[in-house]
Design a protein around this ligand. Sequence first.
Ligand SMILES: [Zn+2]
Length: 417
Amino acid sequence: MTGTMPRAEKILSRINELASVSEAAKGITRRYGTAAAVEAGEKVRGWMRAAGLRVRVDAIGNIRGIWKSENAGADRLVIASHIDTVIDAGRWDGPLGVVMGLDLLENIISSGRKLPFDVELIAFCDEEGVRFHTTYLGSKVVAGSFERDMLDRKDGEGVSLREVIGMIGGNVEALEGDAIPPDQWLGYFEIHIEQGPVLYEKKAPVALVKGIAGQVRAEVVFKGMAGHAGTVPMDMRKDALCGAAAFILAVEELAARAGSGLVATVGKLQIANAASNVIPGEVVCSVDIRSADEVVLSQGHLQLKELCEAIGAQRALEVIWTVVQSSSPVVCDGRMNELLGKSIRRAGYEVLELVSGAGHDAVPISAVSPVCMLFVRCYKGISHHPQEHVETEDLAAAIVVADEFIHQLSEIWKYPL
Ligand SMILES: [Zn+2]
């Protein structure tokens, strides 16, 4: 591991260099298409070029560097993550996978080794979806699933995605052409911080990802009757907020009791015309339901909806349940995970398998390629926050595992996968 410490230090210094590029003077914010996001992309492009990759910026703004194998017509392993961020973000969520992928390739290239497959390193330009409220814009282009109606979406200032793509030198007419054809994929490998506390609690540096939770996001409206807080007797009220409150606690209880890895959260609550002397007449809340198991997810969704309707009926409230977003769970590739597990074991660590509760670029890519992910421990599981932190020793551990994984892949690739 001592030999990998200088590489870990270099990764850290690049992470810090990217962290210095932000829309705001304080903190780290790089939303898609902003000057800061473009500048960060330029840095990555420079590093990729210096490493000897054939680099280009694609039609939506992903930075893509190819390391060609000597095998003509070889399949492509994609190593990728994103370099856009949430607002006031940490420095590791996203850039880690890009900078580590770069280190992996630099190490292979400088050692004069050849691989039996092509490797494409990609820095996706939009995963978080903060600016246009739509996730995975970058990886959807690469997967060939970009939805053209997204082009008319507008940001908070009324600028459309189509306009932003033009402003950063992209080309809306070439988006489809930037997809990697399904028959060219060997696989997809993403290194990412865990963004949760399990590795920190278990005192382990890395884990492989079994799957990525599917998600249902619904908006729930409780409609009662607004009234005077002083004059309407308690037994004659239709208090929408009390209905929502009962529902929020029921959501927590149902998910906690499910014991099946189901998680459910009410994170947003809006009280219409709120005032201290008015009985709430209408409340809108969000529900976020996730599970790595399709059946658990759909059953959980159905149960919560029924529960909500029962609470509404009991309290004489009208309930409107609208699904605003849903995605199916992703199962990471068994064969790739077998090799990743072997690599973790060879590096001297216990093989832990986690389900990712957060979405990743691997989600859209999984429609066209086998995918796998390596999670790296982050301090107390803190993420999407300036305190997000990764220890340099854990970077070194992840380097050993990732090196071994590429070695394993190149061994196995000589035979049919
Ligand atoms: Zn991320």
